[in-house]
Design a binder for this molecule. Sequence first.
Ligand code: 13P
Ligand code: SF4
Length: 372
Amino acid sequence: MPNFQVSDQGEKLPNLDYTPEVEKAVRPIYERLSQVIPEVEWPVFAPYVKAINEVKREKNAVILAHNYMTPEIFHGVADIVGDSLALAKEAAETDADVIVLAGVHFMAETAKILNPEKVVLIPDQRAGCSLAESMTGADVRRLRAEYPGVPVVSYVNTPADVKAETDVCCTSSNALHVVESLGVDRVLLLPDEYLAQNVARQTDVEILAWRGRCEVHERFSADEIKSYRASDPNLTVLAHPECSPEVLEASDFAGSTSGMIKFVQEKRPARVVMLTECSMSDNVAAELPDVDFVRPCNLCPHMKRITLPRILDSLVYGHGEVNVPTEMAVRARRSVERMLEIGAPPEGRLAWNLTGTGQDVALVGGVARSFA
Ligand code: 13P
Ligand code: SF4
């Protein structure tokens, strides 16, 4: 059976029938996914999984996938999976010719900023982020004029024009570490209000923040946690630092997406709830059938734009190429590289302190845009 069909225009298109050959080729992958994908659904995914893995090899492409990708992407076609920091690091180091970023647009832009000479593809250009959309480079320039000399630390969840105006980037893995590494007593930490509050609780550095929110994490509340605990006192609650300080305070652990995964892999709690995007629990559950995941999660509509058909389309036709104007990319690259030079915090400081008593933040701009 040929692996490719030829279209009327003479293009080679992957064969997407669920044949015995396809079934056999991707059976080992399905074995890893059988906990979370019903057997009856696999014939829809299997031909894409096989085709994507083949086209990827032909084109010397690498698929970098965020922890929020659905299990058939995360376990089926990704070469590297991780949180935003890990994806940025891998993007800086890959020797592939083509990078497909299975995640959201700012992640693909970060990969392009670090690899101006490579082709970087995002399978759906509309995969945005409420934090990245909450501010522009012009906002940062205005803040710099208002607060001269105060260093600007931007979350990687920002567009390239914000990174270009930034001194150093950070992620949920290293925000406190980056802020404290600057050796100053005041920073602008943009644009996530909650992340900034969670950092401010753990440091003496004065934090000036922007009123940006993650539309997924702002929906979780401390009351919700109370009601889960009331019905199961042994439940372990994990939260992402884009949640409010009240949510972190009511949780047992907070960390980046990879930090949360690592916690579950190492501690093996009997029942756990991850207060973050839904696919995380499915991806970990596929590997750890002994852990019971309670799933009052929230979907990120932007991450969910990335699907197997769109990944294949992007790889075959080069759809969704990401470009950043050269001068902007050069300036943005400095702030991302400074973050990579500072690196991850020591192992013991990867977890967020849940009840820190540091100061509150001063909000210096941004529009409250609640999605709750
Ligand atoms: P991480 O860096 O923790 O993966 O977070 C990225 C993100 O977008 C969370 O909403
Ligand atoms: Fe952005 Fe929130 Fe979606 Fe992450 S989960 S990409 S921060 S909207």
